[in-house]
Design a protein around this ligand. Structure first.
Ligand SMILES: C[S@@+](CC[C@H](N)C(=O)[O-])C[C@H]1O[C@@H](n2cnc3c(N)ncnc32)[C@H](O)[C@@H]1O
Length: 279
């Protein structure tokens, strides 16, 4: 389970014997646990004690590795976490009855996206064909296949992340419904095949709209994620999507719009449920 919780008195008790009092009050009160790996946000003032702090959190919380929280970035949405304690950061995280194996040090798994993973488990319909253009380790593909009984084509470009995607398909016993491709989704050959498309990406998702339309059936649902500066909301990101769909001979209807999380100061990660259909 991903856990964000209040500091345990035991941690404070141990560390207050070793740290100056002003630093004890700066100890992280919230953290994220993925499987048996902890992601700890640490203030710069705690730098000289970071390894000992990580060790105490690990012992009290019973985890095998501790990472220092950093920013996620780049094409493959890689983490930039510093390993503070332990050596093995590969773990199996169970959420909503699904087993996600991943290397927490290298692959993002955002606790803020949990609602979306749960929501996608409910919207998928048995037998429909879903194409997940940014599959990751199966963040959204797995709930759709496991709970929604949908057939899923999961496309993931990073070879390292892809290894976990393949393992997770086996771990969750959905190999009869999920096919994984280790390619750039722009090279995916299927056309006019998908009932539903997942575009779980940020920052540049709009660049992939034409490809999504070519994969979509004449009528399809697209779950379109993107990051948007607050000053452009609520017109964006729908306006850009609509403009592109029109250029490609499609119409689009907005069914729903949800905020997933704050991405950066003044920038939101949102998801739009869109029905597209050929004119
Ligand atoms: C941030 S993860 C998102 C996982 C999941 N869709 C979600 O919303 O939780 C995006 C994934 O897309 C992959 N990716 C980025 N560009 C891609 C491309 N052009 N084709 C296929 N996969 C791509 C990245 O490697 C990464 O694993």
């Amino acid at each position: 389970m991903v856990r964000t919780q209040l500091i345990k008195p035991r941690i404070r008790e141990i560390l207050s014997r070793e740290l100056p009092p002003e630093l004890v009050s700066m100890l992280p009160k919230h953290w994220v646990q993925i499987g048996d790996v902890l992601i700890l946000p640490l203030r710069p003032e705690l730098e000289p004690y970071k390894h000992r702090i990580a060790e105490v959190y690990a012992e009290v919380l019973g985890v095998k590795a501790v990472l220092r929280k950093g920013r996620i970035g780049g094409e493959f949405r890689e983490t930039n976490y510093e390993l503070l304690y332990g050596s093995d950061t590969v773990t199996v995280h169970v959420e909503n009855g699904i087993r996600y194996k991943l290397d927490v040090a290298k692959i993002m798994f955002s606790p803020a996206n949990v609602k979306e993973r749960v929501r996608m488990a409910k919207v998928a319909k048995p037998g429909e064909l879903v194409v997940d253009m940014f599959a990751g380790i199966g963040h959204l593909s797995l709930p759709m296949a496991v709970h929604g009984k949908a057939r899923v084509i999961a496309i993931e470009k990073s070879p390292y992340t892809f290894r976990f995607l393949v393992e997770n398909i086996e771990l969750n016993k959905v190999h009869d419904r999920v096919t994984a491709y280790n390619i750039d989704n722009r090279d995916f050959p299927g056309e006019n095949i998908a009932d539903r498309i997942l575009m779980g990406y940020v920052v540049k998702t709009h660049e992939f709209i034409p490809k999504a339309l070519s994969i979509a059936k004449d009528e399809a649902i697209i779950h379109y994620h993107n990051t948007v500066p607050e000053r452009l909301m609520p017109k964006e990101p729908f306006e850009t999507f609509k403009k592109t769909t029109r250029e490609y001979g499609y119409e689009v209807e907005k069914l729903n719009e949800l905020i997933i999380k704050r991405y950066a100061p003044g920038v939101w990660h949102v998801v739009l449920d869109l029905r597209v259909f050929k004119r």
